[in-house]
Write a protein that binds this ligand. Structure first.
Ligand code: ADP
Length: 545
């Protein structure tokens, strides 16, 4: 027997309609390229979103068409998120920091019909335009008097495009499984792969993200997503914000700029913020050097890479900010786990507390997880056994875009994340490594993440990476790459001694290379594959040992 409840589809337009009705005066504040201090209300935003939906229609965009964006976090990108998806088209956020070949591949593979871009990315499109097969128009996200000179044909101005359009638009109703947005994975090996989100998965994810034990945001919060809107929907914040009625601060291209972040936090009274560890390190460094404070900030959420202990410690001790670790991936919309303590953990102290706080956290409702050995046998949740981490749930992908159907998941319907993890008795998962980053030494595994975290906790270390390099006897041995803090002198012996007593003796890196900087991906992660290429033939000392 079926239940007798309304069959209302879960559509992203419902978030917009809800927010405009219930929180019309709530603000969205942006650092836009042509206005570093832009501010308007949800009501203004959704009025312009309707104008934009009409403009998309005038451009001939139809349901199911892919519309590209190459843009930072600001109000126009926010409008694009809603207008594109809610009119039935697919908002394809393209990561502007990718290599030109990857951009060409992604845009052609998605068959984007038009692309909306920030003025600063026009030169990037000029370089590759003759290789883009499907783009009919490039629309620059600015007003007429800030339009850049360009050789691009069919260049349009965003403000001019929407100015002539009506702000009346009837949001269409369609199947909740209709595709809403897409994002390509960074493609560390092979070509990038497209993940295609739908309205249902997005709404369910937004509900989960807003829960008290997850982002825990409400209409009284002011959120500052420092995760790019071009990467996994800024972790769902752009949907969860309007769902809860939270004030939203969008930092534009100033994501890694401690000074701008501090200014925004202080002036807008930000309470919760999301970002990758590199962002927090930049903010902490600025606070240290400027002596400035961030008193309104209560919690930060860090994810995308392991969180160095120093972030959690400094945020707590110097700024009274609690750091929550979250874990997820593009294929998971992205949320998988969130670190919020359970009853019974209040008494944890010192190292035990820190260790528990730095784990990736427990499964968010909606994501089931398990760890397995090489034969797909499930491993115990004892905090010791580690294996391949697998997930399933309504906001986990079922196939990559245009991939042969049925080739993405394992036979039993689980998605293998490519991460290696432990899960403890309390259900807290901890990432041990990426399957491809783990260092295989003499048949045993060494966690590159543990070695990096130990290095970064050294007071003179700014950033560190550990990769496996070939070794005739042990197959691979760890090589540590270190960027010392500015003005600090750090020797090889000093950093290697630092490991003693902190990790197993045989884990200690065989050699250290001091570097001026480490290469990062568009989302602030260290590009280990780049480092592996550079140090492919690295000769370790004492190779006969
Ligand atoms: P990419 O496009 O680089 O794959 P994702 O955001 O999809 O970008 O990356 C997901 C991966 O990032 C995860 O599989 C995991 O390896 C890593 N990651 C995410 N969050 C954490 C975390 N809290 N701790 C350690 N690693 C993490």
């Amino acid at each position: 027997m079926l239940g007798l409840m309304m069959d209302t589809p879960l559509l992203i337009s419902s978030l917009m309609i809800h927010a405009e009705k219930n929180f019309p005066e709530q603000e969205i504040v942006s650092v836009a390229a042509d206005n570093p201090d832009h501010r308007y209300t949800f009501q203004d935003a959704f009025k312009r979103t309707r104008q934009l939906a009409n403009a998309l229609q005038s451009l001939g965009i139809q349901q199911g068409d892919r519309v590209g964006t190459l843009a930072w976090n600001d109000y126009r990108h926010f409008e694009l998120y809603y207008a594109i998806s809610c009119s039935g088209a697919i908002c394809h956020t393209v990561n502007p920091r990718l290599f030109p070949e990857q951009l060409i591949y992604i845009i052609n593979h998605a068959e984007d019909r038009v692309i909306f871009c920030d003025p600063m990315f026009v030169p990037l499109l000029e370089n590759i335009h003759d290789q883009l097969e499907s783009i009919e128009h490039v629309i620059v996200l600015t007003s007429e008097n800030h339009m850049p000179a360009s050789s691009l044909p069919n260049l349009l101005c965003y403000e001019t495009l929407i100015a002539g359009e009506s702000n009346e638009y009837e949001w269409p109703e369609f199947d909740e499984k209709t595709a809403s947005a897409m994002c390509y994975t960074s493609g560390t090996t092979g070509n990038p792969k497209g993940v295609l989100y739908d309205h249902r998965s997005t709404i369910l994810h937004a509900y989960a993200a807003a829960l008290p034990d997850v982002f825990g945001i409400s209409a009284s919060d002011c959120i500052l997503p420092i995760v790019p809107m071009f990467h996994v929907n800024a972790w769902g914040t752009i949907y969860a914000g309007p769902l809860c009625g939270s004030k939203i601060i969008l930092p534009g291209s100033k994501m890694g700029d401690g000074e701008t972040l501090q200014r925004l936090i202080e002036s807008e009274q930000v309470t919760v913020s999301q970002g990758v560890p590199t962002v927090w390190l930049a903010l902490l460094a600025y606070l240290e050097e400027s002596g400035k404070q961030i008193p309104s900030l209560k919690r930060v959420i860090t994810g995308g890479a392991a969180c160095p202990a120093v972030i959690a410690q400094e945020m707590q001790e110097k700024h009274d900010v609690y750091v929550h670790v979250a874990w997820g991936m593009t294929e998971m919309s992205p949320l998988g786990t969130f670190n919020q303590f359970k009853p019974g953990m209040e008494d944890l102290e010192g190292d035990e507390l820190l260790e528990a706080q730095l784990k990736a956290g427990r499964g968010v409702y909606g994501v089931e997880m398990k760890i397995t050995d090489d034969d797909n046998n499930e491993l115990p949740w004892d905090g010791v056994a580690f294996g391949s981490l697998k997930v399933r749930g309504p906001w986990v992908l079922s196939d990559y875009f245009k991939a042969e159907p049925g080739t993405t998941l394992e036979e039993d319907g689980w998605f293998e994340t490519g991460d290696v993890a432990t899960i403890d008795e309390r259900g807290f998962m901890a990432i041990t490594d990426r399957t491809k980053d783990v260092i295989k030494s003499g048949g045993e595994w060494i966690s590159s993440i543990d070695l990096e975290n130990t290095a970064i906790n050294h007071p003179k270390v700014a950033e560190a990476a550990v990769i496996g390099v070939n070794h005739p006897k042990w197959t691979e041995r760890p090589l540590l790459l270190v960027q010392a803090k500015e003005g600090e002198e750090l020797s090889k012996d000093e950093i290697l001694q630092w490991y003693e007593g902190k990790v197993a003796k045989w884990w200690i890196p065989d050699d250290v290379v001091f570097v001026d900087s480490l290469p990062h991906t568009a989302t602030g992660k260290i590009q280990k594959f780049e480092l592996r290429k550079i140090y492919k033939d690295y000769q370790l000392p004492d190779i006969d040992a």
